[in-house]
Design a protein around this ligand. Structure first.
Ligand code: F0G
Length: 365
């Protein structure tokens, strides 16, 4: 077999994935003047999940939108490529966000790539190690407050009105415009929208963005139907399910440890328009899904992401027969190594003698 000779590597000969803004330019609020700040995010795989489907039965098919494969390891890159490009276009010199970790990593990476300062406020002690490591190494100016994410968000909203810094949390409309592209990719992969879309909910930006994306493709005639939007909060941090602000949210899924979501009203509108529902999943249910995803599907996501699968399994009897279901896996498991090590039901034999006999004995031979 002969390989065809490779083409010369000139800029015009680049045929790789160009990133979200170039791919979906016609559907995004950009112009020829917009400086495109990209890490070639998006184009993440939609992976069949037969082990999860088998637990539901009745011909239901399940796919996982593995957005943890984005450049900084979460779906936030989709929103940040656009938010930072637009901030740069507007002449900003600095951006700011509050974050449970992933937004700060993405904001830092894209802002620094654009030559902007990135300030991030995080709730001290409640950000997974990998996310903190990213923000620090990407060169953000990290401010850990002795308070919750909700407090940090209220503060950055205020700071952005008083100082020359652009807010890049999901209250920035460009964030949701970028994130809606995940829905486009799902429709392209399946040939239509799924019947159900299951998604973890924190600040409720992403569920809002997906709904925007599905609707846009639907009105363009690129999707024949719209999905039911199924949003899942962690039980200890479930303001939308409870219908009231949670003053002291708690969950090991720290990414969605949020008691007063910024996009609360929009999320309710999505639920109503899509005929969807919100549900709460316990930390134990999240961990069961987290381990199932890794040990039976071969997919390592972070605990908050597993809430989508935990939620689906919790309401599995309500899934119509033969339905096509997509669960969104929002972040990579490598973000939170502490949770993995602490909660793996692993076979981990330590201090074993370096002899064949000792190892064979541990192996059970
Ligand atoms: N999954 C992960 C891994 C997240 O990091 C987040 C939010 C969500 C789900 C929920 O998405 O807020 O749009 O409903 N993380 C934010 C952050 C809050 O600061 O990184 P949402």
């Amino acid at each position: 077999m002969t390989l065809s000779p490779s083409k010369p590597a000139t800029a015009s000969a680049f045929h790789g994935w160009p990133g979200l803004i170039e791919r979906y330019r016609a559907y995004l609020p950009v112009s020829a003047q917009t400086p495109v700040v990209t890490l070639h995010e998006g184009n993440t795989p939609l992976i069949p999940a037969p082990a999860i489907a088998a637990r539901i039965g009745r011909g239901v098919r399940v796919w996982l939108k593995y957005d943890g494969l984005n450049p900084t390891g979460s779906f936030k890159d989709r929103g940040m490529t656009l938010a930072i490009s637009k901030a740069k276009e507007a002449g900003a010199a600095a951006v700011i966000c509050a974050s449970t970790g992933n937004t700060s990593a993405a904001a830092a990476a894209y802002a620094r790539r654009a030559g902007l300062r990135a300030f991030v406020l995080i709730p001290e002690g409640y950000v997974a190690l990998g996310k903190l490591a990213q923000a620090l190494l990407y060169g953000a100016e990290v401010i850990a407050i002795r308070g919750s994410f909700d407090r940090a968000l209220a503060m950055v909203r205020e700071l952005a009105t008083q100082y020359p810094v652009t807010l890049v949390n999901s209250v920035n409309p460009y964030r949701l415009e970028g994130q809606k592209t995940a829905a486009f990719e799902i429709v392209e992969a399946l040939g239509d929208a799924p019947d159900w879309l299951c998604i973890p909910v924190g600040n409720a930006g992403n569920i809002t963005a997906y709904w925007m994306g599905f609707n846009q493709y639907h009105s363009e005639g690129l999707a024949a139907r719209l999905p039911r939007m199924m949003g899942f909060e962690a039980a200890g941090s479930a303001p939308i399910v409870l219908g009231k602000i949670v003053e002291h949210p708690e969950t090991l899924a720290t990414a969605i440890r949020i008691g007063n979501p910024a996009n609360w009203q929009r999320a309710l509108a999505v639920q109503e328009a899509s005929g969807g529902a919100f549900g709460a999943v316990s930390d134990e249910e999240i961990l069961d899904a987290y381990r199932l995803l890794a040990a039976e599907e071969g997919i390592f996501c972070e605990p908050a992401s597993a809430a989508s699968v935990a939620g689906l399994l919790k309401v599995k009897d309500q899934v119509p027969a033969e339905a096509r279901v997509v669960c969104v896996l929002t972040g990579n498991g490598l973000k939170d190594p502490d949770s993995a090590i602490k909660h793996a039901e692993a076979h981990f034999y330590q201090g074993v003698e370096p002899s064949l006999a000792a190892v064979a004995q541990v192996m059970g031979f």
